[in-house]
Design a protein around this ligand. Structure first.
Ligand SMILES: Cc1cc2nc3c(=O)[nH]c(=O)nc-3n(C[C@H](O)[C@H](O)[C@H](O)COP(=O)(O)O)c2cc1C
Length: 210
């Protein structure tokens, strides 16, 4: 059975455009694949630990081949449990608004927690990073108020949010990625029409990407 993890990075709940477009995608996918198992993480409701000094030191201890202290072991066990929920999924659906050119900080915090040596990546001194996740697929739904691929940069913003997501996923080994852009959500002469079309496009993409 395929397990999909739906990660919501907008705190705006029912008002969120990225979540609504991603939900249209998910509804269409579920209709086509009724056996799909869906796990949803609302990053603004989820109890995410601070990635503090103990956790950063625990990560670097692994990279440098050192043994964890008792404190580091405790925090690392928690990280492993949070990451397992991510790594055990077969596919991912992310709803990602652009915030100040990048991704919302709760999503960055989540990535900082789950992207770990031995869990999602390895690091070879000669050849660099390599991903540990295999045979995964990801769908990334992006929204932004002013930025769009067509709008002049940097006047309307620069896209660090899609590059951040794709580069991170690639480093973890997830390269089968599709992107759905609903941009701009605010600077539009027909926001509601654009919104309706974005949901239709997302539903069609769910059927096509399979
Ligand atoms: C804190 C914050 C920062 C934002 N930064 C940008 C930005 O840099 N560029 C942009 O085009 N839109 C920006 N926006 C607008 C959002 O990307 C836009 O409203 C988007 O539709 C929000 O997605 P959501 O409806 O899923 O929450 C920002 C919105 C917020 C709340």
């Amino acid at each position: 059975m395929t397990r999909l993890l739906f990660v919501k990075a907008s705190p705006r709940d029912a008002a969120s455009r990225s979540v609504a477009v991603a939900q249209s995608y998910l509804d269409a996918l579920r209709a086509a694949q009724p056996e799909l198992e869906v796990d949803t993480i609302d990053l603004w409701e989820e109890n995410l630990p601070q990635f503090d000094g103990n956790r950063a030191n625990a990560k670097l201890a692994i990279i440098t081949g050192q043994t964890h202290s008792d404190t580091q072991k405790t925090v690392w066990d928690e990280i492993v449990a949070i990451a397992a929920r991510f790594t055990s999924a077969d596919r991912y659906l992310f709803a990602v608004p652009m915030w100040n050119g990048g991704i919302p900080y709760r999503l960055k915090q989540y990535i900082d927690i789950i992207h770990q040596p031995g869990l999602t990546f390895g690091l070879d001194p000669q050849t660099g990073y390599f991903g540990l996740l295999k045979n995964k697929r990801a769908t990334l739904v992006y929204t932004s108020g002013a930025f769009s691929v067509e709008a002049p940069a940097p006047a309307f913003g620069v896209d660090h949010h899609s590059t951040c997501m794709k580069d991170w996923l690639a480093q973890a080994g997830v390269t089968d990625v599709e992107e759905i852009r609903y941009q701009p959500t605010l600077l539009s002469v027909d926001p509601e029409g654009d919104f309706a079309r974005a949901k239709q496009v997302a539903a069609a993409r769910a059927t096509a990407f399979g």
